[in-house]
Design a protein around this ligand. Structure first.
Ligand code: NAP
Ligand code: G4F
Length: 334
């Protein structure tokens, strides 16, 4: 039985990846950091099948100790301070975790598990002020936030360890991927949760920032399959994962509100406090390398993703016995 080691298990991708690897027959060792109020809700349904351990990307010794103890075959470094907006307020912390944290992981792998295959969660935010559209593996980077800068550091650290030490180290350049388990501060989940809250009469308004920003949004469950495929290939390399379509925040709102029979223009207001000092205006990925080399293709389309997220936030309220007061429930939920 192969052993996989995942950092970031409490986050969105950690939970989907752990599910996927358990289904494939892996022993999954999952790292979380110490917290006074640990949130295990995203993986509670599989917790009894995981080996949970404690470590922190800020603490080199904990990473060394864990890799020495578990000697994993595959290592997925998903942990990060991943919220772009917060990275403007906490640039040093973001650099420490999201940037230098990758170097700490790579050092721990080099010294304790050099034969392990390593996956680094890189990001389309590295493209930032894009040089070309669509963006692919060869597109130059121009990050627009401390988060993006830290991810570029992590990306090149991964490439450098592959080239310097012949380590099997891959960087997955993933475009935005979402799900009902997405954190509430990210725009897609903020919208889906507010649509449900508005339909149930809990609030009357959704305050957002830049409605014209465009993203290439896919489903997280599809993207974790791609992470695993990268580590199964004969050689280590870097891959873009994306859907190849782009939509605006406004379009996400339109579809999400329409799903419950409402018009987003009646509820959405713009509040400049959600603007960023520098914005990434457009992301659109070309994942043909992942398709051709790994056989990876995403299965959930944009409309399906929006409806899945809104349905989940509606269901959460329905199972609590609440009833909607505005709009109409989608057919499957009536
Ligand atoms: P997420 O939900 O924000 O999860 C981040 C995880 O990192 C959480 O488990 C968090 O733990 C953990 N973490 C934060 N600081 C840590 C530290 N010092 N030591 C150990 N763990 C720490 O992010 P996600 O959406 O699942 O994304 C997974 C990875 O992919 C991230 O690296 C992200 O930057 C990258 N990425 C995401 C996307 C996307 O669209 N989702 C796209 C491209 C790349 P706590 O719960 O304790 O905070
Ligand atoms: O949902 P977001 O916060 O995601 P963002 O900044 O694209 O970053 C996510 O995707 C990256 C991959 O490209 C990951 F690396 C990163 O870890 C994270 O998962 O914002 C998306 C867009 C932005 O242009 C933002 O300005 O939505 C715009 N937006 C408009 N109003 C808003 C809001 N974003 C948030 N979070 N909240 C708003 O009220």
């Amino acid at each position: 039985m192969k052993t996989a080691f995942i950092t970031g298990i409490t986050g969105q991708d950690g939970s989907y990846l752990a599910e996927h690897l358990l289904n494939l027959g892996y022993k999954v060792v999952a790292m979380m950091r110490r917290s006074a109020t640990p949130d295990t809700s995203r993986f509670a349904h599989i917790e009894d099948r995981l080996t949970i351990c404690h470590g922190d990307l800020l603490d080199q010794s904990s990473l060394m100790r864990l890799l020495a103890e578990y000697k994993p075959d595959e290592i997925y470094n998903l942990a990060a301070q991943s919220f772009v907006h917060a990275s403007f307020h906490e640039p040093i912390h973001t650099s420490e975790v999201t940037g230098l944290g990758v170097m700490r992981m790579l050092e721990a792998v080099r010294l304790q598990a050099p034969e392990a295959r390593f996956y680094q969660a890189s990001s389309s935010e590295m493209f930032g002020d894009v040089f070309e559209t669509p963006q692919r593996e060869t597109t130059p980077f121009h990050p627009r936030s401390p988060y993006g800068v830290a991810k570029v550091y992590g990306h090149f650290a991964t490439v450098n360890y592959r080239e310097s030490y012949d380590m099997f180290a891959c960087s997955g350049i993933l475009f935005n991927h979402e799900s009902p388990r997405r954190g509430l501060e990210f725009v897609t989940r903020k919208i889906s949760d507010h649509v449900a809250a508005i339909a149930f009469g809990e609030t009357n308004q959704l305050a957002l920032g830049n409605l014209d920003a465009r993203r290439d949004w896919g489903f997280a469950g599809d993207y974790v399959r791609g992470m695993h495929l990268m580590l199964q290939h004969a050689t280590a390399d870097d891959y873009v994962l994306s859907t190849g379509t782009t939509q605006s925040v406004r379009e996400f709102c339109r579809i999400a509100f329409a799903h419950v029979g409402l018009n987003y223009e009646d509820y959405v207001v713009v509040n400049p406090k959600f603007f960023r000092p520098a914005e990434v205006e457009l992301l659109l990925g070309d994942s043909s390398k992942a398709k051709n080399v790994l056989g990876w293709v995403p299965e959930i389309d944009f409309q399906g993703l929006v409806e899945m997220m809104v349905d989940a936030d509606l269901k959460r309220r329905l199972v609590m016995g609440n009833r909607p007061t505005r709009g109409s429930l989608p057919e499957g939920l009536v």
